[in-house]
Design a protein around this ligand. Structure first.
Ligand SMILES: C[S@@+](CC[C@H](N)C(=O)[O-])C[C@H]1O[C@@H](n2cnc3c(N)ncnc32)[C@H](O)[C@@H]1O
Length: 375
């Protein structure tokens, strides 16, 4: 998509998918964290105007609605720190947030603190977060630029120093694969985003693997910044342009909730959104069942490698940390594999403590074996 110049622009289908993902994550995120903390913060470094040209809400307004809902049922406060580089868009954002806030009760409004700032994402965002004492406390940061690379590693590192920070970053690989090999300036902006030069190996990759290589390099960048668990969600627009949303957290619960959000947007695979006009998407739409075939195979390999078997609880943690799948998908798969005599479960009923081992067929009685051979 060309970078828009007007204050508002049209929302494309993959932005709608991104908003859906954000909403599905923030709706559980806010109440879970409010149940244990007095104040939590949501921040954006590229907030946008809060509105699209056909009247759809922008990400800060979607977040506000999720937070207003959470504050109706929980005590505590939510702070929103929103940075936008374009003055006209920041003014529109203020207006949209004011309007959205007006629909909620005085009690909710009193506990929902809104701060918008016009400035460059870096360093304005960090300065504001410091000034308002948000670092070191629960903080979710959306860095949703047009795809960059325009988020410096130094910003990620500052955010990643704090255990309770989570980030969701938009990353677009095309620009670097197309222009950075021959342009030193673009290569340097890549170095600033990745915090090093290891990503230059993308120039040696076969064309088909360049995007996934950069995606994995970016996940590694988030890990180096301190976000021990990362997930990606791929979005492809109608012209086949790829954009990744990359999530980083140190918390298994955050990882689990983000996976649930991703699987609610992509019910088949949990990792991508393709524009309905994209040809490949039309083929994918034929797959009606969630595709858990690969998880079945991965679990079986994992079980076979553990001589004493593994509990269902351990298999769920494995699925959460090492695969794209959700822990909640494990129980049904183990039950199906038990019924198909692929694994044995002790006790038979599948609960967290059930131990799973590969199924071994009982040796056949010798008479029976002979009979089979004879006929
Ligand atoms: C992709 S849009 C954000 C959309 C918004 N997150 C949403 O989903 O509704 C990116 C926004 O970042 C702003 N922007 C671009 N460069 C910026 C920078 N360096 N610092 C802060 N904002 C910037 C643009 O003006 C634009 O409004």
């Amino acid at each position: 998509m060309a970078v828009p110049k007007t204050v508002l622009w049209e929302r494309d289908p993959h932005t709608a998918a991104k908003h859906n993902l954000l909403k599905r994550y923030l709706e559980p995120w806010a109440p879970i964290l409010l149940s244990r903390n007095d104040t939590i913060t949501y921040a954006e470094g590229f907030s946008g105007p809060g509105l699209y040209s056909q009247g759809e809400p922008g990400s800060p307004v979607i977040a506000l609605e999720a937070f207003a809902k959470a504050l109706q049922h929980r005590p505590g406060r939510i702070r929103m720190v929103l940075v936008e580089g374009d003055k006209r868009r920041e003014s529109e954002l203020k207006k949209q947030l004011g309007k959205a806030r007006g629909h909620h009760s005085d009690d909710v409004v009193r506990r929902l603190h809104l701060n918008t700032h016009c400035g460059e994402c870096h360093p304005t965002l960090l300065e504001q977060l410091r000034l308002q004492g948000c670092l070191g406390k629960p903080l979710f940061v959306l860095l949703d630029s047009y795809g960059g690379p325009d988020i410096p590693f130094s910003l990620l590192k500052e955010l990643g120093k704090h255990r309770s920070t989570e980030v969701l970053v938009t990353f677009q690989p095309q620009f670097l694969t197309r222009f950075a090999e021959r342009n030193e300036g673009h290569r340097r902006s890549g170095d600033a985003a990745f915090g090093g030069t290891a990503w230059h190996d993308v120039f040696k990759q076969p064309s088909k693997q360049k995007f996934t290589f950069l995606r994995d390099q970016y996940r590694e960048t988030l890990r180096r910044a301190g976000f021990t668990h990362t997930l990606f969600f791929e979005m492809v627009d109608e012209d086949g342009h790829v954009l990744y949303l990359i999530f980083g957290t140190r918390h298994e619960r955050g990882l689990e909730k983000m996976k649930e959000a991703m699987w609610s947007v992509d019910r088949d695979h949990g990792v991508r959104y393709r524009d309905p006009k994209d040809v490949e998407q039309q083929q994918l739409a034929l797959e009606l069942e969630p595709n858990t075939g690969p998880l079945r195979r991965i679990l079986l390999e994992h079980i076979a490698a553990a001589p004493k078997g593994l509990t269902v609880a351990k298999l769920k943690t494995f699925a959460l940390l090492e695969t794209v799948y959700k822990p909640s998908q494990v129980t049904k798969l183990i039950t199906d594999m038990r019924d198909a005599k692929v694994v044995t479960t002790t006790p038979r009923r599948v609960t967290a403590d059930t131990v799973v081992v590969p199924h071994v067929s009982p040796p056949q009685a010798s008479g029976q074996a002979e009979a089979l051979t004879l006929f």
